[in-house]
Design a protein around this ligand. Sequence first.
Ligand code: KG4
Ligand code: ZN
Length: 359
Amino acid sequence: MLVLGIESSCDETAAAIVNEKKEILGECLWTQIEDHKVFGGVVPEIAAREHLEHIDEIIEHTLKKANVKAEDIDAFAASSGPGLIGGVVIGVMATKAMALALNKPFIAVNHLEGHALAPRLTGDVKYPYLLLLVSGGHCQILIVRGVGDFERLGTTIDDAAGEAFDKVSKMLNLGYPGGPIIEKMAELGDEIRFVLPRPLTNSGDCNLSFSGLKTAVRKIIESYAVDGNIEHVNLDKKDTADICASFQLAVADCLIHKLEKAIKIFKQECPEGKDIVVSGGVAANSYLRKKMAALAEKEGLIFSAPPIRFCTDNGVMIAWAGLERFQKGYTNELDFKPRPRWPLDENAPKAAGAGGVKA
Ligand code: KG4
Ligand code: ZN
């Protein structure tokens, strides 16, 4: 069984072909990061134009790398939301066109389900499992019971974790995307030098909040302004590294604290569940991975995370989620409309960073 998957919901144009033996036959990824860097974040119009320009050659290259003819593909899957709608539409149209021309099924994949199921392709993760999904637009804790079967235990009520990394990096003039830069800087820093808040620690639920943390970092930076001018901040490399390390520790503390709560619920609801998993762009963070691995060991769970290149957006995760859907017989009609907002747990209340309010 061969499934071709396409990703174009943010700033990566990507395609991949996978089979049911978890083999990646071919993959191709074009990142637009350089185009967006100067703006400090993704510009939707530029992203859409870039996707349009590159999608055909990305698909062609992927087929070539896999040494597979388009007519040998059994189903075509596209990341169909949530995300930046211009890019999503381009990927969905290209995928539908192939499905139509070759008379093969079309599968609409929720981008978040791509992240959520990626650890099953790259490791031996079994349903049900506890998932921390942390990316540039999302931050959720979910029980994954099966394909399309999610229970959201917690979500950010404002910024996503990756968004907080990106914003702090921008405030420190370190560049975009912020996550990898802050992680690197933090390696040189003292994580207990600056005291930062741990929002929602006592909220009693598994929800998270990062906007207060970001504001607290801004106040620290402002306290270094020369003559009250925040354009001129007197921070040396050591100060900057210490801010990065203190911020990264605060984010990790918040996530681990809420995961401890979520593990209790997971163990009660799914006593047969053995796995705790992290995925999404922020899952590339090795500091967070180490903390989660230690937590899993303490709780008697197995920790896994996809290799770093499968944490950030890619075509492989969409092809794999498409294949899992196809195996279940879940295909979509060609009139499927892309969904800029598409929560994994449709029963959970709407929230930012959950695919429900913003992408
Ligand atoms: O999943 P992704 O590629 O795109 C979305 O669907 O959002 O995630 C991108 C996010 C960015 O905010 C980026 O700063 C963050 O993931 N990120 C990281 C790291 N690598 C990427 N955050 C923390 N540490 C990292 N090493
Ligand atoms: Zn993503």
